[in-house]
Design a protein around this ligand. Structure first.
Ligand code: XMP
Length: 329
């Protein structure tokens, strides 16, 4: 794609011009497409004066930390520090049931960890990093007021409302936002040129607060997170094996804080209920539930009940948005 090749070269030039030869840059990688493409681009411009951090908040999916770290390190050669802060996050979330409170706590903890990372880095370098990379896209920039005459449609003007909250305000970092003139599909094209693996570019969106908004109520109760990870993994792998992944906007499992009576083997059980949700959408603002054929559903439910201890009932969410939201919390 020649146009994107031009964008790439232009951006590299701009970044090289912005960042002085002995200045350092930091970036928080979420595991999503935007921050990964932004970091890869900046890395191309300034090399290892870029310092990335990936935070394991204990709310990631099955083997997610290993999987994204391996892409960052082995395939993209990004300089990235992985901080395992799962205990810290989960301790703070103990007993918290309110969804907005969970989001607030997670946002706050994230800022604390990022702060610590910057302080440690300063010690190591003997100087403060001066820039921060953010994967802001054009739709985030124009938010609710499209430039007059831009021909933007409504869907282009809506922000993916609640991205990872702000970053420390007193850090006084200058921003590098190399994607701020691009739409999502253009970011993918750019990523392709930068050799970001196709499977990575096509990943479904995943909310910043992670599995915290998919375990209803207290996320630390029992082994809810572990059960959810296993169910979600079986569901997603089945979708991939059936060749359906790219036709679905988002698919995931939800853990309900209720138990139901079942019978497995010749035992009566009193175990957990999980929900499968898959949707199609253009922008996440409205969505339709995805229609799986019977055979697919029969197989998935069988796999889940046979392999995940503690689950005896699987439901499918067939509600569109509106009236429901995509996530359950
Ligand atoms: P809802 O549930 O509001 O979700 O219909 C629309 C899209 O946004 C994602 N989502 C979030 N993303 N932080 C995020 O970064 C959040 O707190 C959050 N809540 C929902 C959701 O996964 C869907 O793609």
């Amino acid at each position: 794609d020649w146009k994107m090749q031009d964008v790439l070269e232009e951006e590299v030039k701009v970044i090289k011009g912005m960042v002085g030869p002995d200045e350092h840059v930091i970036c928080a990688l979420s595991g999503g497409v935007d921050s990964t493409v932004a970091a890869t681009l900046v890395h191309k411009a300034i090399g290892d004066r870029l310092h990335c951090v990936f935070v394991d908040n204990g709310l990631l999916r099955y083997k997610e930390r290993e999987r994204v770290m391996s892409t960052f390190e082995s395939e993209l050669h990004l300089p990235v520090t992985c901080v395992d802060a799962s205990e810290q996050f989960l301790n703070k979330l103990k007993g918290v049931k309110d969804p907005e409170m969970k989001r607030k706590i997670i946002g706050h903890e994230f800022i604390c960890i990022f702060d610590e990372f910057a302080i440690e880095l300063e010690k190591k370098l003997g100087k403060k990093p001066t820039f921060l990379v953010q994967g802001t896209l054009y739709p985030d920039v124009i938010e609710s007021c499209p430039p007059p005459g831009s021909g933007m449609t409504h869907s282009h003007t809506i922000k993916s409302h609640h991205n990872v909250g702000g970053l420390p305000k007193d850090m006084k970092l200058k921003l590098i936002e190399p994607l701020k003139f691009l739409f999502k599909d253009e970011v993918r094209k750019l990523g392709r040129i930068l050799n970001v693996p196709e499977s990575f570019l096509k990943r479904h969106p995943f909310p910043g607060p992670g599995l915290a908004v998919r375990v209803l109520g207290d996320v630390t109760e029992g082994n809810a997170l572990e059960i959810l990870r296993q169910v979600d993994e079986i569901f997603i792998q089945s979708i991939k094996e059936a060749g359906l992944y790219d036709s679905i906007w988002q698919a995931f499992a939800v853990f309900l804080p209720v138990q139901s009576v079942g019978v497995q083997g010749d035992q009566r059980t009193h175990s957990h209920v999980v929900v499968l949700r898959a949707i199609t959408s253009e922008d996440g603002m409205t969505a339709d539930w995805y229609y799986f054929d019977h055979k697919f559903l029969i197989d998935v439910v069988r796999k889940i009940c046979n392999n995940v201890r503690g689950v005896n009932r699987v439901c499918q969410d067939i509600t569109s948005k509106p009236p429901a939201t995509v996530e359950w919390e």
